[in-house]
Design a binder for this molecule. Structure first.
Ligand code: AMP
Ligand code: GLY
Length: 428
């Protein structure tokens, strides 16, 4: 079977790598892929844009692709699934209607409220004056969110009213493009975040191992928000009791309501939760895709063949599948980023040490890299590599990731030194 993977991040490298572990997968085509997917055997990059639906469908038909797996949210929100399905292709990822769960925070919030899913109290505004008088009535800290996809930059956790007002102005002045038509203002939740990614065929929904991301650029969870600087799984804060509640109070409720709205949601439903000190939780957001870098720690622990799960979702057979099987132990990944990220950074730096990192036992997933013939890998993005370690426990997994990343060199390389601090010293 041949699979086409859409995207070019660490998540897509991990998906391609995992799929190629199965004898049933003869070839992966990545659109556009990165230096990691270009370097794998039986894997080919094709330089098409992720929103070139016509090009992707022609390629998939030409190459006799059995399944298209869509990584990023942008093509899903633009309707890639609907388009490719209309050409007779099998696609893993929700329809445009389903992807609204990530693409519109206002829509997702209304869905959560209607379904009775625990979430932060929120109000939606279409102009600045009413939004500002609302934040005055609520006080700070308060969270201001641009409505649409803003590549993770549309959310401000404002510590003061002035900061919240500036965020409202920025949104209505169009700094986030069409994400600036609405603003969602939310109560500020405190606690630890955890990512629960679940697979669904529209009827049945099964969670994967919970993972914890590290969103801030700096050690000690300080500085600007990023796409994610490191992750580990399984996150102990998501206890079996919590996961049982999430299944009933979040995942099943969301799928059931989507179904009554006529949305047959098949793919990944990712619930970002805030878990408070007393162990209660609320949903911060839904995403319509695999998390990045969560996927880079979840898939190395997955024992059930990924393609079996993907096909079961597409063909609505998930209920017939045996429980998802996992390797024992833990996984951790540390992101090597370009200096300056999440602000401005340079591209095109030569990367050294990937082979040495892998020889030390770590697995290196590429994110923002490209292959520069012959055999030279260059930086090509903000988050460059995800160095992943596995072990019997978190100590071993984290030690393996850090032992690996020590070998990685490129001009300006930056990585957090404290990935996993919560599981290494649980009181911090
Ligand atoms: P979102 O895109 O909605 O997940 O927001 C991005 C990040 O902003 C989240 O991962 C949290 O770190 C933070 N955040 C979002 N909503 C809230 C909230 N209601 N309270 C506190 N932090 C939040
Ligand atoms: N790691 C956060 C995300 O994938 O949205």
């Amino acid at each position: 079977m041949k699979v086409l993977v859409v995207g070019n991040g660490g998540r897509e490298h991990a998906l391609a790598w995992k799929l190629l572990q199965s004898k049933k997968i003869e070839q992966i085509v990545c659109v556009p892929g990165n230096g990691g997917t270009a370097s794998m055997e039986c894997c080919q990059n094709i330089p098409l844009a992720v929103d070139d639906f016509e090009g992707i469908s022609k390629l998939a038909l030409e190459k006799d692709i059995s399944v298209v797996v869509v990584g990023p949210e942008v093509p899903l929100a633009m309707g890639i699934t609907d388009y490719l399905q209309s050409k007779g292709l099998m696609v893993f990822g929700p329809s445009k209607a389903g992807a609204q769960i990530e693409a519109s925070k206002a829509w997702a919030k209304a869905l959560m409220q209607e379904a009775g899913i625990p979430t932060a109290k929120a109000a939606v505004f279409t102009e600045a004056t009413a939004a500002k008088s609302y934040i005055k009535s609520q006080g700070a800290p308060i969270v201001v969110k641009a409505d649409g996809l803003a590549a993770g930059k549309g959310v401000t956790v404002a510590q003061t009213l002035a900061e919240a007002e500036d965020a409202i102005d920025a949104i209505f002045q169009g700094q986030f493009g069409s994400a600036g038509n609405f603003v969602v203002i939310e109560e500020c939740l405190l606690g630890q975040e955890v990512s629960v990614l679940a697979l669904t065929d529209g009827l049945t929904i099964r969670p994967l191992l919970p993972a914890q991301d590290h969103k801030r650029i700096g050690d000690g969870d300080t500085g600007d928000n990023t796409g994610g600087m490191g992750a580990y799984a399984p996150a102990p804060i998501a206890t079996p009791e919590l996961m049982a509640r999430v299944q009933i109070e979040v995942l099943e409720k969301a799928i059931a309501l989507l179904r009554t709205k006529g949305i047959d949601y098949r793919g990944v439903l990712y619930a970002g939760l805030m878990v408070s000190a007393d162990g209660d939780f609320k949903v911060l957001e839904f995403n319509c895709r695999f998390g990045d870098p969560e996927t880079q720690v979840i898939l190395p622990l997955l024992e059930t063949p990924l393609e079996d799960l993907i096909l079961a979702c597409i063909q609505q057979r998930l209920a017939e599948m045996p429980p998802i099987a996992w390797k024992k132990g833990a996984a951790a990944t540390v992101v090597a980023a370009s200096g300056g990220y999440p602000g401005e950074y340079e591209k095109g730096q030569v990367i050294a040490g990937i082979k040495e990192a892998e020889a030390s036992g770590a697995k290196v997933f590429h994110a923002g890299t490209k292959l520069n013939e012959p055999q030279q890998i260059l930086t090509d993005g903000g988050r460059v590599l995800n160095v992943t370690g596995l072990g019997e426990n978190f100590q071993q997994a984290i030690a393996q990731a850090y032992a690996g990343i020590k070998h990685i060199h490129f001009s300006g390389v930056y990585y957090r030194r404290d990935i996993g601090h919560r599981v290494l010293s649980p009181k911090s």
